[in-house]
Design a protein around this ligand. Structure first.
Ligand code: UN1
Length: 510
C-alpha cells in the first residue's frame, strides 16, 4: 500500500457511508466495490457500499442535523469550513496523490484540484458573512420590504470521477455555510477519494461536535442514486456528469417539483483568429486538450482556426503532441496519464472510427499508448483530427484527448460553428483584435457559460460562477453568487403603520 493511502486513513476494506466524525462510519450492508487504479489496472482497496437501509440512516441523520445547523449563525458555520480548509492544506499532497492514483490525472493536477478545495473553503468562509438579500422600497406608506435567504435543507450531491474532490467542495462548502446539510454520492469509479475526504473532515467535525452535516453514501444507482433523485426530503439535487445522466436526473427531480443544479457535458472550442498570438494559442490548446487526458468538462475539444494560419497551427501543435510524455501520472515530468477505464478507451476508439467514416483525417495519434511496466493501464495517444465542418462525431462530447480542428474564413462563420453544438459550457477566442474579442463576448457571440479571451477553455478559477447553457444544464456552482441556488429566498413585507392599504391601489372596504 502507498504511504499516502495510510495517511488518508484508507484501509483495505472501507465503509461506504458516513454521517461525519471519527465514529460516524456506518456498518454498511451493500456489496463490495473494488477501486482499480487506471495507472496499472490493479485494485487499490475496496468499499463496502451503502444499501437502501444505510441510505435511509444517512438521510435521516442529514435531516436531523439540518434542524440545528440551520440555526447556527452563518459566520459560525463559516468557522467550521475554515477549519476544513486548514485540514485540506495539511493533506494537500496525499489527497492530490490519491486523486492521481484513483482517477489518473497527473499529480500536479491532483494537487491543483485540492488547491481548488482550499480556495473554495476560503471563499465560503468569507461568504458566510455576506449572504446578502436586497431591500426594496414599498409602494405603500409605512411599509418596508426586504428579502432574506434561508437555508434550504438537505442537498443531494452527485459527483463525477474526473474532479472527484473539488466538485464536492464547491457544493458542500458553499451549501455548508448556507446552512444546508449534504448527502454525497460520489462516482463509483472514485470511491476512495470520497472516503479520504470524510477521514480528513472527521477531526474537524468532532471538534465542532457535528454529526450529519456532511454525509457520504457510496452505492449503486438503484440503492442510492435513484433514491436520491426521487426523494422529496432532498429539495435540491446537484449533479455533475454526462448530458444523458443529467437528462435523467433533471426529469426525475422536476417530476417531484424539486430543484436541480446540473453541470453536464461540454464541447468546448477555441476560435483562433488570423491575428492571434499563435504561441499562446498553442500552449493553451495543449493544456486544454491534453491536460487530464481530455477528461475535464472544460477540456478543449474543437479548434476553429482561420484558414490563413491553419497549417502553421496544425504543424506546430502536432510537433508539441509528439513530445507529450505519457506515463505514470504520479511520476514527475509526465504530462498525460491514462484514461479512467477500459470503457473510456473503447469510447475513444469508437469515436475515432466515426471520424474516419465521416471523412475526418487523423493528423496525430489515434492509437493506444503502451507504458512499460504499466501494461494494465489505460493509456492512449493524444489525438489530432482535421475535421470537415459537418463531422457528426464532433458534435458529441467524447471524454478523451481527441481534438478536432476546423478551418474558417469569416469570423461570423467561426461563431456559427462555435455555437452549432448542443453543449454550452466553456469557450475561448485567441485574438489580438478588440473587434473579434468584443464580438465573441457580445450577446451575439459565444453562447457558453464561460467565455474567455486569450485564455484556454479549461482551468477556470473558483471565484467565478461555473457552469453552462443549453445541454450543459444551466446550473452554476462555485463562486460569484452561485450560493443562491443552495438557499431559499423569502420576500418579506412589514406594515409598521396603523393603516391597511392594499397594493396596486385596490380598495376593498365594506
Ligand atoms: C470539471 O471538469 O467538472 O475549469 C470541472 C476547470 C476546473 C474544473 C473542471 N477548474 O477545468
Amino acid at each position: 500500500m502507498y504511504d499516502f493511502l495510510k495517511k488518508l486513513g484508507i484501509k483495505e476494506v472501507n465503509s461506504g457511508a458516513s454521517v461525519g466524525g471519527e465514529a460516524g462510519w456506518l456498518e454498511t450492508g451493500g456489496e463490495e466495490l473494488i477501486s482499480y487504479s487506471p495507472i496499472d489496472g490493479k485494485a487499490i482497496a475496496s468499499v463496502k457500499q451503502a444499501n437502501e437501509k444505510d441510505y435511509e440512516k444517512v438521510v435521516e441523520a442529514a435531516q436531523e442535523a439540518f434542524i440545528k445547523w440551520r440555526l447556527t449563525p452563518a459566520p459560525q458555520r463559516g468557522l467550521v469550513v475554515r477549519d476544513i480548509g486548514y485540514e485540506l492544506r495539511r493533506f494537500k499532497e496525499p489527497l492530490g496523490e490519491l486523486v492521481s492514483l484513483e482517477m489518473g490525472k497527473i499529480k500536479v493536477e491532483g494537487m491543483g484540484e485540492v488547491q481548488e478545495m482550499i480556495d473554495i473553503a476560503d471563499f465560503a468562509q468569507g461568504l458566510s458573512r455576506q449572504l446578502y438579500g436586497l431591500t426594496m422600497h414599498s409602494e405603500r406608506p409605512g411599509h418596508r420590504m426586504y428579502e432574506q435567504w434561508h437555508p434550504l435543507g438537505v442537498l443531494g450531491l452527485v459527483t463525477a470521477f474526473n474532479f472527484p474532490v473539488a466538485v464536492w467542495s464547491w457544493n458542500s462548502l458553499i451549501a455548508g455555510v448556507c446552512g444546508d446539510t449534504v448527502l454525497w454520492k460520489p462516482s463509483s469509479k472514485t470511491p476512495l477519494t470520497a472516503v479520504a475526504i470524510m477521514n480528513i473532515l472527521a477531526p474537524v467535525l468532532d471538534a465542532h461536535g457535528l454529526k450529519g452535516v456532511f454525509n457520504l453514501a457510496i452505492g449503486k444507482g438503484s440503492q442510492v442514486g435513484e433514491k436520491m433523485i426521487n426523494d422529496k426530503r432532498l429539495p435540491l439535487i446537484s449533479a455533475t456528469g454526462s448530458c444523458a445522466m443529467g437528462r435523467k436526473v433533471g426529469q426525475a427531480v422536476a417530476a417531484r417539483l424539486g430543484r436541480s443544479l446540473l453541470e453536464l457535458g461540454g464541447n468546448n472550442a477555441i476560435i483562433v483568429t488570423e491575428d492571434a498570438d499563435l504561441d499562446m494559442a498553442i500552449r493553451a490548446t495543449l493544456f486544454g486538450a491534453v491536460g487530464t487526458a481530455g477528461q475535464r468538462c472544460t477540456s478543449t475539444r474543437r479548434i476553429i482556426v482561420h484558414n490563413s494560419v491553419k497549417d502553421k497551427f496544425i504543424g506546430t501543435l502536432a510537433k508539441a503532441y509528439a513530445q507529450v510524455p505519457i506515463g505514470n501520472p504520479l511520476e514527475e515530468g509526465v504530462l498525460m496519464g491514462p484514461l479512467v477505464d477500459q470503457k473510456a478507451v473503447d469510447d475513444m476508439m469508437a469515436a475515432l472510427k466515426r471520424v474516419k467514416e465521416g471523412g475526418g483525417k487523423i493528423i496525430y495519434g489515434g492509437g493506444l499508448a503502451s507504458v512499460t511496466g504499466l501494461e494494465g493501464g489505460f493509456y492512449v495517444e493524444p489525438t489530432l483530427v482535421e475535421a470537415p465542418k459537418d463531422l457528426a462525431v464532433m458534435r458529441d462530447e467524447t471524454f478523451a484527448p481527441i481534438l478536432y480542428i476546423v478551418g474558417y474564413d469569416e469570423f461570423d462563420q467561426a461563431l456559427e460553428l462555435h455555437n452549432g453544438v448542443d453543449q454550452g459550457l466553456s469557450s475561448a477566442v485567441f485574438t489580438t483584435s478588440l473587434k473579434y474579442s468584443e464580438a465573441f463576448l457580445s450577446h451575439a457571440g459565444s453562447d457558453c457559460g464561460i467565455a474567455n479571451v486569450n485564455i484556454g477553455t479549461s482551468g477556470a478559477e473558483i471565484g467565478g460562477a461555473f457552469g453552462g447553457e443549453k445541454d450543459t444544464g444551466g446550473g452554476r456552482e462555485s463562486g460569484s453568487d452561485a450560493w443562491r441556488a443552495y438557499m431559499r429566498r423569502q420576500t418579506n413585507t412589514i406594515n409598521y403603520s396603523s393603516e391597511m392599504p392594499l397594493a396596486q391601489g385596490i380598495s376593498f372596504d365594506l
